[in-house]
Design a protein around this ligand. Sequence first.
Ligand code: PEP
Ligand code: MG
Length: 908
Amino acid sequence: MAAEKATTKHKYVYGFAEGNKDLKDLLGGKGANLAEMTNLGLPVPPGFIITTEACKAYLATGAEPDGLAEQVATHLAALESAMGKRLGDPADPLLVSVRSGAKFSMPGMMETVLNVGLNDESVAGLARQASDGGPGSGDRFAWDSYRRLIQMFGKTVCDVPGEEFEHALDDAKRAKGTTNDLDLDADDLRALVGAYNKIFAKHTGREFPQPPREQLDLAVRAVFESWNAERAVLYRRQERIPADLGTAVNIVAMVFGNLGPDSGTGVAFTRDPATGNQGIYGDYLANAQGEDVVAGIRNTVPLQELERIDKPSYDELLRIMATLEGHYRDLCDIEFTIERGKLWMLQTRVGKRTAAAAFNIANHLVDEGIIDLDEALHRVNGAQLAQLMFPRFDLSGSPEVVTTGVGASPGAAVGRVVFTSARAVELAGQGERVILVRRETNPDDLPGMIAAQGILTARGGKTSHAAVVARGMGKTCLCGADNLDVDVKAGRFTVAGHVVNEGDVVSIDGTSGCLYLGEVPVRPSEVVQYFEGSVDPATSTDPLVVAVHRIIGHADGVRRLRVRTNADTGEDAARARRFGAEGIGLCRTEHMFLGDRRELVERLILARTETERNEALDALLPLQRADFVEIFREMDGLPVTVRLIDPPLHEFLPSLEELAVHVAVAQERGEDPGKDQALLAAVRRMHEQNPMLGLRGVRLGLVIPGLFAMQVRAITEAAAQLVAEGRDPRPEIMVPLVGAVQELETVRVEAEKIISEVTREHAVEVLIGTMIEVPRAALTAGQIAEAAEFFSFGTNDLTQMAWGFSRDDVEGAFFWRYLELGIFGISPFESLDRDGVGRLVRIAVEEGRAARPGLKIGVCGEHGGDPESVHFFHEVGLDYVSCSPFRVPVARLEAGRAVIESAGSDSR
Ligand code: PEP
Ligand code: MG
């Protein structure tokens, strides 16, 4: 056994026949699916895959792991024998592509090198191979392929600035008096290879490597390293892709779509990735390489045209697409190449889609009997639902459509035009809404795309870089508006006789593909109207409404978590109830101390005697009671958690600086500052260095006599009034910022007295519970549960205090650096930090329920509406989550998905 172990080498390389689609962790998405297609008997060019583990080992040590070189040699030999050619053979060279392929697709973010195996000798062999009979007819193709290799290899592997190659290409075209690459003949391209070699040598201090295996090894290394390229890191952060997965590397025999008119390349979808409609969608480009389509450099023709151009290939492609969709039971996207009439599949994967398409496709597949409702629910998510709730353009004013392009990622975006990524970032940083306008985008534009409201390009289709990346981010994108003449240098574009300068406002519709000048008003989405109850799903002809209704209905049927809302007004409560809220999880009472009630609050704070204080409280009581009556009425029959006042009282007084100036000016003028003098003294007295850790929450209730008592009375009287009206109020009184059971006990004793006094006539059950938002409360939850009938996690404060991060400051101040360093992938204020704050939550749930079995527990911090966090709260066994009204449908959906996913749907 020991001897066997010693000789068993780690397997770092897999032939296509050895893999399958479930090995994405190890082989990356592209490799796993190439393997799957190979095993389905589809025409995939032969190749092999270097695993993500090899990449991780390389990135950890800076060197290829032991055994990798030999394993590559073995698989290369097998590839050579399958193709009947040797890599870079001068007479008849095998050429390969070297491509990245991570577990999750990261379009255009990592590196690719094509035509590996070409060198000064094999270029002649390739020319012979590519010739269609006429003497020298393959020369142009071979030299063009060679110059592409030096260019890609130089830029990718050796960091030679890409513009240098571009300039040399431009010079060659200028010398020839043309602007079209295709006018360069074999001699021109041979000369260009000479120029490229000089550029390569100047920047690297060495000649372009001739040995094919050396080219291959260096290209593999560059792909490994591209995992940590700046743009890849940024993309992963944006898409929440873990930083430690590494990429696999696919080494595949080259096939050529640029060998003449009977060759070409394309991208296809088995359904429309924008709407989810059934049918064949895609783009085709004759006599071109795949990169030309994806980069959106030349405009493509619709895939249906291929039927006219090459019917046998088209028919075969349709057959393969049907096979793939049946096999994957989902929308597939495909890249293919036709080399002289022979169809080759270069890639497939379950296709990215818009939010609307995700719901529509899941619903169709249920109708078609291909998946069940559980799986339909699994295949959509809360982020997509949130996108569908975005507003759309209101076209009732018939704004002029100045041009149309491809609606590549839906939504309605309005903003000022900018032409560079840097300017987009700059203006967005100043709070401007911007639209990034480019001829076409490339991965360097990513920061600007993130900063912009929307992206507008003149070139490229649904599969261009701009389209794919924007869809992934859920950002509005209109591309391929080809009568847009973009002049980046001059900072303007022209379209249909209009000149649009940087800073002008445009509106882009990523669904219809329409561009409007100026600001077009927006209207709410149909999905929101459905949730509002103004669209009836039973009679609606909008497929999206039907799909959302069905899938969210299923989520409601399976979910265990209840969903409540955070609402402090009757209006918000009513809206949230229409959105499906099953109660209020947090009614913050502090807004009830603002507006025209400030004056009463000032009187309360400035009171010098008990009588003065009581007069202020007595005046506030009926106002508070009226607020609660309104809210209980809207939430009749459902629980309403009212939280006693939380922020420090001085927040309700004018600012120290302003008051001080006022008083000083009055004194200077010899006037009497009057009550401002007393106010100033009060503000000074109450001033705190760390108000978030100061006199707030329960501490305030213990320090200002009668404050909490007034609120408890207002809540209970409001409930009693509604009971008298025959209604069913369910009040729950929540004490904020408790850290010790004694604090809660003290409030509780006083509150119970008032409750029993008020409810003598009209029986109302009033629960008393606490927020768990101070770490000490979580750690002593067993004790606190003795005095609490329910817990609600205030994860905003809990995060603040667990990390020691001031919640009002840190996100703007330095989180960018933490995100850059990967200390966390997303702000812990946005998505719950499972390891730290989540641990506190677990402890409190376990110890709270151990002390008081059946203790009702919820969460009312921002995390209650965050999809990832909802799954965590399901896992730890909370009873409900509470979130803002617009997040309620998202939380309902995710609570359902959490059940499906925890039931072991990993095997899907
Ligand atoms: C919390 O801290 O999570 C909470 C809900 O309370 P607030 O945000 O009002 O402090
Ligand atoms: Mg709080």
